[in-house]
Design a protein around this ligand. Structure first.
Ligand code: SAM
Length: 237
């Protein structure tokens, strides 16, 4: 597989196994040890997860539906999906993230009152490029931010090739307003902004999907003060 941004991928892996892991585990968790900005990002991200779950459930029960959660992080989506009865394949480039997701899944996916036990997701340490197989649905939330558009095209095509029915993606939208925020962020980098962030225009994502015969069916926009995400559901044309 080709390197993301020429060595970027190694930087991303290293970040999400160390300081990035600590930072994002806190943001995606529920403890009070977050600052105001992190709390706001936590809220925005939880809305993205919620909207994704309702997009998925709109098409009927998830019982037995196979879902690939690419770049699963700490399992924010994989765990509720497993609770819905989905057969989840969760993977991430970061071994620390995968270990945390697995730990949380084991804690949270316990037998319910009616006696049924959800099936634990299948976890693997894998980058997106080395994922294979076929799934009813492929989901990839807030990962595209680590890919420049030149690499994002291939990544989107690859994810679509793994999906039978649909692909759900979220990314930081390249809009005028957000572009400016990002530039301000670059002028005043915070201490833990270890990785570069790439924004994507919806038109570029749409073009990448079209190239492989997919089209956008539904979309949503999630914004809080510091979190911006475009959420799209794509299906084969
Ligand atoms: N999708 C999760 C969620 O929404 O809760 C996590 C989002 S987090 C901002 C980004 C995740 O993408 C990190 O866990 C990181 O390790 C993972 N990641 C970054 N580049 C990746 C790649 N090339 N392949 C697989 N995972 C990657």
């Amino acid at each position: 597989a080709e390197e993301v941004g020429g060595g970027d991928k190694e930087v991303v892996r290293e970040y999400f196994n160390n300081s990035g892991f600590q930072r994002w585990k806190k943001i995606y968790g529920d403890t009070d040890e977050v600052n105001r900005v992190q709390r706001d990002i936590r809220l925005g991200h939880s809305k993205t997860v919620e909207n994704t779950l309702s997009m998925l459930k709109d098409e009927g029960s998830l019982q037995g539906v196979t879902v690939c959660d690419a770049g699963c992080g700490t399992g924010s989506l994989s765990i509720p999906l497993a609770k819905e009865g989905a057969v989840v394949f969760a993977s991430d480039i970061s071994a620390a993230m995968v270990a945390e997701a697995e730990k949380q899944a084991k804690e949270q996916l316990v037998a319910s009152e009616n006696g049924s036990t959800p099936v634990l997701p299948k976890f693997a340490v894998k980058d997106l490029e080395s994922l294979d197989g076929k799934y009813d649905t492929v989901v990839c939330l807030d990962v595209l931010i680590h890919y420049p558009q030149s690499k994002a095209d291939g990544m989107i095509g690859h994810l679509a090739s793994l999906a039978n029915n649909r692909l759900i993606l979220s990314f930081a939208p390249k809009t005028f307003y957000y572009d400016i925020l990002k530039r301000i962020g670059e002028l005043f980098p915070g201490p833990s902004k270890a990785t570069r962030a790439y924004l994507h225009s919806e038109a570029d994502v749409e073009r990448a999907l079209k190239k492989v015969g997919w089209t956008i069916r539904k979309k949503g926009l999630i914004t809080t003060q510091f979190y911006f995400a475009r959420l799209i559901e794509a299906v084969p044309m």
